[in-house]
Design a protein around this ligand. Structure first.
Ligand code: NAI
Length: 302
């Protein structure tokens, strides 16, 4: 059966261009009513214009879909509330939220100003949290929600010159990790995409050889699956780009117990550092409580 979103109301943030535009066009083509949000500024987040969102709404309508534009910023609680309110005012509910809006202020850490840190964290991390907060209780009341966070390989694995961006992008994974627990009872699934695509954000850093391979269209099917009613997955982070899709997971080594109940010395840590960092039996954990259980089982093996 074809996956469709008829009678579903979706908000896509940062949907005036790039990946968000593509997500919005796709969901609308499969029956969703879409709030196309975009501040309409430059890559660094400066400036604003309503036309970015309006253009995508025009595209959706021209193709026979339903959409409404919103030009609020995700980076303030009021802006985020306004974005979700647009869905509520127009169609009376919010079923799907794709936290996609993003800016960039790449600088090596020695040159990074606090304002560059805040500007990026405010959009990616706080913006995702504010929009999710504004939508959360409506989804909870409806016993239905599909939320997608957008992370980055830079946050998952690190990248030179992206301290602000990497911190923010791993932050949204932490947000997902908590919300997957809080949403489970209410049929609210929260998943994360780590995209790789040619957009204005990456146009300067991708080689001409790679550019034709990384169309945003390759990322959208994964996001669309996360938004599907039949999808019961929650708490997954998946890389997607150029036809490659792979789950990314935080794992913890089996660990070792030192000191036999006494406080170990730094020399004990030095002597056992290979065992501490041995990842040969690493495994993921579904929650902090599961990690605690593993630790106490290690302390008191039967
Ligand atoms: P893009 O620059 O084309 O799209 C981002 C959109 O977000 C822009 O249209 C921008 O106006 C909007 N935006 C920025 N600040 C906003 C705010 N405060 N409120 C509302 N809208 C705002 O870039 P792209 O590549 O489509 O990025 C989409 C998401 O994917 C971002 O979160 C980005 O960090 C992430 N990403 C993209 C990768 C890629 O390879 N293109 C790689 C990893 C992550």
């Amino acid at each position: 059966m074809t996956i469709r979103y008829d009678n579903r109301v979706a908000v896509v943030t940062g949907a005036g261009a790039g990946l968000g535009r593509n997500h919005a066009l796709f969901l609308a083509s499969r029956g969703a009513k879409v709030v196309v949000n975009d501040l309409g500024g430059a890559v660094d987040g400066s400036g604003s214009s309503a036309t970015a969102a309006e253009r995508v709404v025009d595209e959706i309508k021209a193709a026979g879909g339903e959409a409404v534009a919103n030009a609020d910023s995700v980076a303030t609680p009021d802006g985020a509330a306004g974005i979700i309110q647009t869905a509520l005012d127009t169609w009376g509910k919010i079923d799907i939220l794709i936290n996609n809006a993003g800016n960039l202020r790449d600088k090596s850490f020695s040159k990074l100003e606090p304002a560059d840190f805040d500007a990026v964290v405010n959009v990616h991390l706080s913006g995702s949290a504010y929009c999710t907060l504004a939508a959360w209780n409506h989804m909870k009341d409806a016993n239905y929600g599909r939320i997608v966070m957008t992370t980055s390989a830079a946050g998952l694995f690190g990248n030179f010159g992206q301290g602000n961006y990497a911190a923010a992008k791993l932050g949204v994974v932490g947000l997902m990790n908590a919300l997957k627990h809080e949403g489970a009872k209410y049929n609210i699934n929260v998943n994360t995409v780590a995209p790789m695509a040619l957009t204005r954000m990456t146009a300067d850093i991708m080689s001409d050889k790679i550019k034709p391979l990384v169309k945003p269209e390759f990322v959208t099917p994964l996001v669309a699956w996360f938004c599907a009613e039949e999808n019961t997955t929650t708490g997954d982070a998946v890389e997607a780009g150029a036809g490659y899709y792979a789950k990314v997971q935080i794992v913890e080594g089996a660990g070792t117990v030192l000191g036999g109940g006494e406080i170990p010395s730094p020399e004990d840590i030095r002597a056992n550092y290979d065992a501490i960092t041995d990842m040969s039996q690493a495994q993921p954990y579904a929650s902090a409580n599961d990690v605690m259980r593993h630790i106490f089982r290690s302390l008191n093996p039967r």
